[in-house]
Design a protein. Structure first.
Length: 228
């Protein structure tokens, strides 16, 4: 079952929010005018109250759909595969790009996935039976990183840096060739077209899901609250 949100519900909330804000601003503005305004002026206020916020919201949402069209198409294709379950969509930060390029021994991947060049680039993380798989592409998704669940060492909450800001994310630790690597997951999927990082509650749920899928047991605590 996919954890990627349905974007229609978030669109509805954003339409309502912008409509209420626009209506309030224009209503306050109209109250400062002459109470004996002509009928055509009243119609103008009503038209702007209804049309302008909705038009701006729809235009912004369509722009988001175009920007993130690649990811949306890829997720749509992956959902059709009965042997896969989408865990999340993660922003490709600079450390994540360099790690993928290093593990693939591919200098071109380093340049292609660098968030310095593509701020909207992201991977879709999928549970594919024995493996956790990171997918790129659009209508023909291809895997860029495959991690057996048995190699996942830990999944912990962390602050993931993207540009000048940091967001609540997850540091995924996994072993390969006797070394432990850390992949910074910055789950996105909230807001119009799933463009923004998800909330703290959903990040916590994703962390718990990853730990359960990798069969990572929570540390036991003594009566004093220290791990054994």
């Amino acid at each position: 079952m996919s954890n990627v949100p349905r974007h229609g519900r978030t669109l509805g909330w954003y339409l309502l929010l912008v409509f209420v804000i626009g209506q309030t601003v224009l209503w306050v503005s109209s109250m400062t005018r002459d109470a004996a305004a002509a009928p055509e002026q009243a119609w103008s206020i009503v038209a702007r109250t209804l049309v302008v916020p909705v038009a701006l919201t729809l235009a912004g949402y369509l722009a988001m759909l175009l920007i993130y069209r690649r990811t949306l198409l890829r997720n749509r294709v992956l959902r059709r595969n009965p042997g896969m379950a989408i865990l999340c969509t993660t922003q490709v930060t600079e450390p994540a790009a360099r790690l993928v390029a290093h593990l693939r021994d591919d200098a071109d991947a380093d340049r292609a996935y660098s968030d310095a060049e593509f701020a909207t680039w992201r991977f879709t993380v999928v549970d594919a039976d024995a493996d956790m798989v990171f997918y790129d592409g659009s209508t023909a998704p291809h895997d860029v990183l495959r991690i057996p669940w048995t190699d996942v060492v830990d999944a912990q909450l962390s602050d993931v840096v993207m540009g000048p800001r940091s967001f609540r994310g997850i540091t995924l630790s996994f072993s390969r060739d006797g070394r432990v690597f850390e992949f910074p997951l910055l789950p996105v999927g909230s807001g119009p077209a799933g463009a923004f990082p998800i909330g703290r509650r959903r990040v916590n749920e994703l962390k718990a899901l990853l730990r359960a899928r990798a069969r990572i047991e929570a540390p036991e605590f003594t009566s004093r609250g220290t791990p054994n």
